[in-house]
Structure formats: structure tokens, C-alpha cells
Design a protein around this ligand. Sequence first.
Ligand code: AMP
Ligand code: ZN
Ligand code: FE
Ligand code: FE
Length: 285
Amino acid sequence: MRIDLHTHSSVSDGTDSPTMLVMKARQAGLNMIALTDHDTMDGVPEAIDAGKRVGLVVVAGLEVTTKYLAKAIHLLGYGVALAGSELADELVKVRQSRVERVDAVLERLDGVGLMVDRDLLAGLAHSAATIGRPHIADAMIRQGYVADREEAFKRYLGVGKPAYVSHYAVGLERAIDLVHQAGGAAILAHPGIRGADQVVTGQVIAELVANHHLDGIEVDYPLHDAATRDLYHQIGARLGLIRTGSSDYHGTGKVGHELGCALSRETAWELLSRRIGYYGGVLPR
Ligand code: AMP
Ligand code: ZN
Ligand code: FE
Ligand code: FE
């Protein structure tokens, strides 16, 4: 079984529709993926339908943008049943705040002489339920201001850069509780990248397990080097956490995150599906 538990579609900042994503996953020899768009599950029904047609199991998921000590921390939710949940209400707030943030980012870009075309941006983000900085980056690429998303983040959009603006986000601890309330299992995404480990330390992870029953951590991740993977395998084993491996595929939006470039073991999925069952969430049928 080849399992990739972290992928994005054009319903957030990936570049493939949910159907295309599923077809490419099948072509890449995967048997199971989770669709984990940022702050939305709008693409999940389409992905599940496509999966049934091509023979690929699709796990209902999402990647919640949370904050911990003012830093953005990503939390993966699996098997979440969003309808009527408090998590759904929070996601509405997050997505609305992301829309408002776009204006603030564009103003700042104006301030450094980059006039991003709003209609162009709207067109590029037309299929996205969740708008993010990568969409702004795509408009900047089209207008010739930068070569790729990477450069846009490095020079303008990343934390500490001239056009960086944050948005409303739920606290990490509350987000874990809300995922559980909605029937899902909660896995801390890529804990070793972009300084996340400065705030969510091994000690903090232990507290998240003790006080909020965090279910697992993403260990095998393209941007985690061998030492980082070893470290999180050890932390995870000590705390009894489910340890996953995933690509964080974004289509052409991110290089080095090809489908299946990191995989989850079958035992990780067995444990994860058991948790989803325990919390009362949705399992693939
Ligand atoms: P946002 O959701 O607006 O906060 O933007 C964060 C998203 O941008 C992340 O989830 C990544 O998908 C993407 N991202 C972050 N850094 C980079 C980068 N250096 N190059 C390309 N995409 C990035
Ligand atoms: Zn993304
Ligand atoms: Fe992420
Ligand atoms: Fe992601």
C-alpha cells in the first residue's frame, strides 16, 4: 500500500483540481491519499468520487491554520465530519480573514512599487475556497515581478518580509479539540520547518498529547532532513504518537513535493483510522 496523507488541490493553493489530483495520484502508483486543503474541505466530495472511479482511496482531511505564540502552525485533521461543527464556524472566520488580508498585502506590495492586478488575482484564485499568499504570488509571476512562488515568499510575502500580513487563526490547542469534536484525528503537520520547532518544542508536543490528546505528528516530510526525521520518530515513539509521512503536494505550486515522495506506513493508517473511528468521524468506504 502506497499512502500519501497530505495533498492540496486548487480548492486551496494547489494547482490541480481534486479530480486531476486523484488521477495523478493513481498514475503515481498511490493506493490512498488524503486531500488536506488549507482551512476547507470543499474539495473532498469531488476527490472521493474521482477516487471511486479510478480505484484510489481518498481520506477526508484538511490542514487547519492555527497559531501558537503568534506563529502560524499547521494542524492536519483526518476523518473530520465538518457539518454543524464548531470547527466549521471557525473555518468560516479564518477564510473571511484571509480575504481581508489580501487587501492589506496588496497595499503593502503597492508600497514597494508592485501593483498587483486584482482582476488577474481573482481569476487565478477562482476555484479556491481558501485564498492564500500563493495566489498573490501567482499574480506576481504573471506580471513578471518574480520568477516563482519561492521568490515571491523570499522577497515579499514570507514572515518578516515587506508585504507579510497575518490573518485570524484559531489557537493550536483549541484547534486540536475542535478537530476531535468534529470526529477527526489531529496530526501536527511538518513540525520541523520554518521555525515551527522554536515554539512547538518537544516539551510543548508532550503537553499537547497530555492535555489535548494530539494523535500524531508528520515525520517523513520532504523538507525534514534525516536528523529531523530521526528526532521526530524518537519524540513520537516516546509519546505514543502516530507517525505519518506525506508529500504536501501542491501540483506545480511547490517543487520537491511530488506525489508519493514521502509515504505513510500501513500501520500508521491502521492506527489513524482506529482513532477516527473512536472520535466518530468519517472513514473511507
Ligand atoms: P498562507 O496560507 O497564505 O499563509 O500561505 C502559506 C502557504 O504558502 C503554505 O501552506 C505553502 O503552501 C505556501 N508556501 C509557504 N512558503 C512557500 C514558499 N517559500 N514557496 C512556495 N510556497 C510557499
Ligand atoms: Zn499550501
Ligand atoms: Fe502546511
Ligand atoms: Fe500543506
